[in-house]
Each structure stands twice: as C-alpha cells, then as structure tokens.
Ligand binder design. Structure first.
Ligand code: FSX
Length: 398
C-alpha cells in the first residue's frame, strides 16, 4: 500500500497524482496558487491563468528528482516551517518527495542505516537542500554528524549536486550563530561551496510557501526561478515589506504607536517607532503571510525584525529601537524610509539588469568555476541592501 503512494523512479508526477487519487480540481488549484506566488517575480510574460496551465503541464510530466536534505547547525525551525506549508494534497506530495532519499530529521532510519542512505544518495546527481550554518572554528568540532564535521558532510554531499538550495538564514550566512562574536566561526553554505551558485531562501525561518514554491518551480523547470544578487528568488524577495504593509497608510499620515499599549497601537497605527524594520526588509510576509495566509508579525501588532536581511542580529538590533538616522515624523520620515528602500531596490534592480552581462558572468566564473551541467542561473553581484545607508550614517556620526 505504502509503495503505491510513493513516487517511483521512471514515474511522472502526473502518475503519482493519479495513484494518490488527487483530483484534477485539487491539482489545478495548487497550480493556481503557485502561479500567483511565483508570478509575482515576473517570471512569466503571459496571464496568471496561462502560467498556471504551463506549470500544470510541466509538473505532470516532471520526473522525481533525487534529493539530499542536510540539517547542520540550526534550530530545526526551517523544517518546522516547511512542514506547516502542506495545505493542499499536491503541496503535501511535493514536500513528501524531498525526504525520500536523505533527511536525518524526517527519515525513519537512524545511525548506520542513515549514514548508508546518505552515502548512496550522494553518489548520483541530486538536488541538495541545506538547513543550518557551517561552523569552521576549531576544526569544525561545534557541529558533527556521524563523526564528521558539518563542513565535511556538506562538501561530500555537494560534490554530485546539480543544484544547491540553502534554506533559512543560518544556511544563507550563519544567522544567530554568526552574530558577533561568532564563537563557532559559523558561515553560510555559499562560503563553503564556491564552485557553483547557491540559491538562498532567506528568513529565520523562511515562510513555508517560499520554500515549496521554489521547489515546485525547480520540479517544473529543472532550474531555479530568477534570483536577486544575494541568490534569493525574486518572486519572494523582490519587494519591500514597507510597500505592501497594511499599516502603510498610517505611516504616510504620520500616525505612530509610541508604546505597545497606547491608543495608536490599539488603533493599528504604524509600528515604525517601536523598531519595525519593514522599510529596510525585502520579504513576502505582507503578501503571502504566515500559517497559510492567516497573519504576519506586523499585522499581529509586532514590529518586523528584518530576519530576511543578512546579519540582522548585528544590523537590525536593538530590535525595539527605530531604524537609525530617522528623526522626523510624517513626511520627513517617509522620505528617509523610502530612501533606504529605494537604495536597496536600486541595488536589486541593478543586479537583475547586469544578470546577463558578459563581464559579470566572466567575473562570476572566475570566482566560482561553474560546471557546464549546472542547471542554475548565474547569480548577479549585488551590494547588500542597507550597506550604503550604514556608510552614510557613519559619515553623519563622525
Ligand atoms: Fe536558522 Fe533553520 Fe532560524 Fe532555525 O534550519 S534560520 S535558527 S528558524 O531552523 O536555520
């Protein structure tokens, strides 16, 4: 019975859907949801309906990819987030497949059997998903699996990977473990795997749908969706929270909560003065929301902490203090906050514009020798959002 439910080698995803009794309506509903999410990145020129139809056709024909999913130095929050995304039978099926070959958190085998499963899965071409950072200090003793350091485990698993996806802020750059003074010498996946691009799904943790949509796109197209210069899928990280924020009208009107329990907080006014980092944060929280679209921090009355931006534990703290350099409420605030966002948007757009430029590709290739078979787009170089702003603030202070 169990075998009937699994995706066998040689089967198409359409075959699996039939065996599992997924109706056409359920499948098309899923494709519509994914088209709405991924379509936000401008990856498809036609209508959303046409995109959903194309996704449906490609998904039905897709073959099962071999997947190795590593958990390194992290808190398991990313997998928790991922497991909460299975709101439709098809989404559940897509996510089920990612644990088939190796995932030490989700798979049934443990110990020697788990090590053997990994050894066997990583000898053939596979999609490599990674949660968690890689501690490099003291020979990597701070995270070992089966007696091997996280670095060693990652390098072996990446050797035959056709694509590498770093899920969560830890895998992207080290997150809380890399916060100053970074006692374990934690770095991200791309700092270790330098011979191929790494896709970063940002956030601590990322919204589940950004993970499942990226994997769905990969399944349908065999490569990743368009990325920004930090390797993040543009459909999810191409927009600023501030620009889609439900409290934006009160921000524009200069109506701010000064305390969590004041009248303006009760009226749902802007949380900017309570430390909200929405103006400097690129994430889909305000559009996709969490827990299958139920809510997200700002909607629930808590400032955004900026967890999708690199080194947010160092750059966005103190969390409950407003963004630095902004002192005037009303129009002045708007102008300054928009300057921060515009600088970041400009950096993002510039990165996309140079995406195909030969000089950038040459530079990129020089930095990371890219295997010919790699089905991933070349990443653009992009300045980190907020870096310019920080430099300006330093100049101002001095
Ligand atoms: Fe890190 Fe993820 Fe934050 Fe936790 O795997 S991004 S600490 S939610 O779990 O890596």
């Amino acid at each position: 019975m169990k075998d009937l439910q699994q995706w066998r080698d040689g089967d198409s995803f359409g075959d699996l859907l039939k065996r599992r009794g997924v109706t056409r309506r359920e499948f098309l509903t899923f494709c519509g949801k994914m088209a709405a999410l991924i379509g936000a990145g401008g990856v498809f020129a036609g209508s959303r309906t046409a995109f959903a139809q194309e996704l449906a056709g490609r998904l039905e024909a897709a073959r099962r990819p071999s997947v190795v999913y590593l958990q390194l130095q992290e808190c398991t929050g990313c997998v928790e987030s991922l497991l909460r995304s299975a709101s439709t039978p098809v989404e559940e099926l897509v996510l089920e497949q990612i644990s088939l070959d190796y995932n030490e958190l989700l798979m049934a085998p443990s110990g020697e059997a788990a090590e053997q499963a990994l050894a066997s899965a990583q000898t053939k071409p596979h999609l490599l998903l990674v949660n968690g950072s890689v501690p490099l200090k003291d020979g990597g003793v701070y995270c070992t699996i089966g007696g091997r350091s996280a670095r060693d485990v990652l390098e072996r698993a990446a050797a035959n990977a056709t694509a590498v996806v770093a899920i969560g802020a830890c895998a992207e750059y080290g997150c809380v473990q890399a916060a100053s003074p970074n006692p374990t010498g934690a770095v991200g996946v791309a700092d270790v795997i330098r011979d191929r691009p790494v896709v970063n799904i940002s956030g601590c943790p990322p919204i589940a749908e950004t993970i499942s949509a990226t994997l769905t796109y990969f399944l349908a197209y065999g490569h990743t969706p368009p990325l920004d210069g930090l390797g993040r899928p543009l459909f999810a990280y191409g927009q600023r929270i501030h620009d889609k924020c439900p409290r934006r009208a009160s921000f524009d009107a200069g109506q701010f909560a000064e305390r969590f329990d004041d009248q303006n907080a009760r009226l749902g006014h802007c949380l900017y003065k309570l430390g909200c980092k929405g103006p400097a944060t690129f994430a889909p929280c305000a559009t996709i929301e969490w827990n299958d679209g139920v809510s997200f921090p700002i909607k629930a009355g808590h400032p955004c902490l900026g967890c999708t931006e690199r080194h947010f534990y160092d750059r966005m703290t103190p969390f409950y203090r407003r963004l630095p350099g902004i002192t005037v409420p009303g129009l002045g605030v708007e102008a300054t906050a928009n300057t921060i966002g515009v600088a970041a948007v400009a950096a993002s757009v510039a990165a996309v514009a140079v995406h195909s430029a030969a000089t950038v590709i040459a530079k990129h290739r020089a930095r990371r020798a890219e295997p010919e078979s790699l089905p991933l787009a070349v990443l653009g170089d992009r300045e980190e959002p907020g870096v310019k702003q920080k430099e300006k603030e330093k100049e101002k202070d001095s």
